[in-house]
Write a protein that binds this ligand. Structure first.
Ligand code: FAQ
Length: 311
C-alpha cells in the first residue's frame, strides 16, 4: 500500500513532470541523484585538468583564447551541478571532501593523459561529443534542478564539440605529420570515449531503477550505439579511422556493429588504477588545500558583515 506522498511522487514521474526540491521523494531517489549529480560535477572539475595542461602551450593566441574559454566553461558546469546537488541536502564542501578522499567517482575518461595538442581537438570532438549524447536526454531528467542545469551545459558542450572538430579539421588540412598526430590521438581516445557511457546494460546495477525513476532516459548501451552511429560519418568527413576492425554498418539493424571495449581496463580505471588517477586527485587536493585561506577569508568577511548589520 503506497502512502499519499508516494502515490503523488509516482504520479508525477508517470506524467513525466518534474520533481522539485521541496517535493517528497523516496530516499533511494535522493541518494541516486546525489551520486549521479556529484559524479557529474566532479567530472567537470577534474575534466579541466587534461586540457588545462595545454593552456600555456597553445599553438596560437586564437587557440589559447578558445581553450581558456572552454576550460572556464567546465568550471561553470561543475558549479551549476554542485548547486543542483545542494538542493538535495548535501553541501559542495562535503562533496569535494568525498572526491578527494576517493569516496565518490568521476568519469573514467579524465584518467587518460593528453600527450599532444591534437588531444585538445579529440577531447572536444569525441569526449564532448559523448557527453552531449549522454546529456541531451538528461535535459528531460525527472529532477528539476538537474534537468535545468543540463540545458545550459548542453549548449556550451555543443560549442566545445565544434571547436574540437574544427581544430582537428585544420590539422587534417596541414602536413602529413599533423595528420598523423590526429590519427594517433583518435586511436588513443576512441575506446576510452566508448567507456564513458558506463558498463554494458547487463552489468549496470543502477540503470533499471534510474530509468524507472526517470533519472536516466536511455540505457548505457543505447547511448553508446547512438554515439558510434553519430561519430562514423564525422570520422569519414575528417579523414580518420577508428581503431576497431569490427566497426561496420549493419543494414539489417540500421546501426553500426562495433567491437567490445576492454571492460577489464574500464574496471581498473574506475577503481583508481588508470594512468592518471593519482595525479588528478593529488592536483585537486592541492588546489583545495591551497584555496583554504580564500574560504577562511570569505567566512571571516561574511561574519563581520553580519556583525556590522546587527550593530
Ligand atoms: N566512469 O550502474 P551504472 C563531462 C560507475 S562528461 C567512472 O551504469 P549509472 C564533460 C557508476 O558510477 C562526463 N565511473 O551507473 C566534459 C557506478 O558506480 P557507483 C560526466 C563510471 O550511474 C568534457 C558503476 O560504474 N558525465 O564531464 C562510469 O546508472 C570534456 C556502475 O555503473 C556524467 O556524469 C565512467 N565512465 O550510469 C568535461 C553524465 N560509468 O556510482 C570536461 C551523467 C559508470 O554505483 C572536458 N551520468 N561508472 O559507485 C550518467 O549518465 C551516469 O551516471 C552514467 C553511469 C551513464 C555515467
Amino acid at each position: 500500500q503506497l502512502s499519499a506522498l508516494e502515490t503523488r511522487f509516482e504520479d508525477t514521474i508517470a506524467r513525466s513532470e518534474r520533481i522539485e526540491p521541496r517535493d517528497w521523494m523516496p530516499e533511494g531517489y535522493r541518494k541516486t541523484l546525489v551520486r549521479q549529480i556529484a559524479q557529474h560535477a566532479h567530472s567537470e572539475i577534474i575534466g579541466m585538468q587534461p586540457e588545462g595542461n595545454w593552456i600555456t602551450r597553445a599553438p596560437s593566441l586564437r587557440r589559447k583564447a578558445i581553450l581558456l574559454a572552454k576550460v572556464q566553461d567546465e568550471a561553470g558546469h561543475g558549479l551549476y551541478l554542485y548547486s543542483a546537488a545542494e538542493t538535495l541536502g548535501v553541501s559542495r564542501g562535503e562533496l569535494t571532501e568525498m572526491l578527494i578522499e576517493g569516496r565518490q567517482k568521476y568519469s573514467s575518461i579524465f584518467n587518460y593523459p593528453t600527450l599532444s595538442y591534437a588531444d585538445v581537438g579529440t577531447i572536444g570532438w569525441l569526449v564532448d561529443g559523448a557527453a552531449i549524447c549522454n546529456q541531451v536526454p538528461l535535459c528531460r531528467t525527472s529532477y528539476g534542478p538537474y534537468g535545468r542545469a543540463m540545458i545550459r551545459v548542453c549548449k556550451e558542450e555543443s560549442f566545445h564539440q565544434r571547436q574540437g572538430y574544427e581544430l582537428l579539421m585544420t590539422m587534417m588540412q596541414g602536413t602529413d605529420e599533423q595528420r598523423a598526430m590526429v590519427q594517433e590521438s583518435v586511436d588513443r581516445f576512441w575506446w576510452p570515449a566508448l567507456m564513458m557511457f558506463g558498463p554494458p546494460d547487463e552489468d549496470s546495477p543502477n540503470t533499471a531503477q534510474s530509468m524507472a525513476w526517470g533519472i536516466k532516459r536511455n540505457t548505457n548501451d543505447d547511448l553508446r550505439q547512438r554515439f558510434v552511429d553519430m561519430s562514423v560519418p564525422q570520422a569519414e568527413a575528417l579523414g580518420v579511422t577508428f581503431p576497431d576492425p569490427d566497426l561496420k554498418w549493419n543494414a539489417e539493424r540500421g546501426h553500426h556493429d562495433f567491437g567490445e571495449p576492454d571492460w577489464e581496463e574500464f574496471m581498473q580505471v574506475v577503481k583508481g588504477n588508470g594512468p592518471c588517477n593519482a595525479q588528478r586527485i593529488a592536483h585537486r587536493r592541492a588546489a583545495h588545500e591551497d584555496g583554504a585561506w580564500v574560504r577562511e577569508a570569505a567566512l571571516a568577511f561574511a561574519d563581520r558583515q553580519r556583525e556590522a548589520a546587527r550593530a
